[in-house]
Design a protein around this ligand. Sequence first.
Ligand code: FES
Ligand code: FES
Length: 175
Amino acid sequence: MTQKADHKPVKTPQQTVENKTLVINGKSHTIAEDWYDKNLIKYLREELNLKGTKNGCHIGACGACTVLINNRPRRSCITPVRKVLGSNVLTIEGVARSDGTLHPLQQAFLDAGAVQCGYCTPGMILTAYALLLSNPNPSRDEIRKALAANICRCTGYQQIIDAVELAASWITNNK
Ligand code: FES
Ligand code: FES
């Protein structure tokens, strides 16, 4: 049976994606279309082998998968690649200097005993990184609030707050 012309299903035009790139830790990547509807964490871990971004809950509830998109924290487990095309992404692998020197936040987390199992650490550090960009001298309360949505099962949080405070003082004093 032939379908009448006016009953033909209307084809939805493919959404045009103008910018097909992501700049990840300073390097530009052209993203294959297969990835557009997958979550960013999958692209980072499976395509680029950037395994520092952790998958804790996969539903946007724990903060372990946090990366920075244009310097703002975002949960990569619930962020489709399509939504962030054209953005700058910072993962934990891009935080240290190119010569391998740890970022003050990374060093402070070690010095303050803020790393135990380490699963929450990349997300904590990136969230704190964004905080220090916008507020270089946060109070303990401001640090606590900024990190409130990042869950740590090990440390009891005090050492994490200590670490961010320590890093802020180093950065401010240009250590
Ligand atoms: S893994 Fe993304 S918020 Fe928990
Ligand atoms: S150090 Fe284990 S979850 Fe935070």
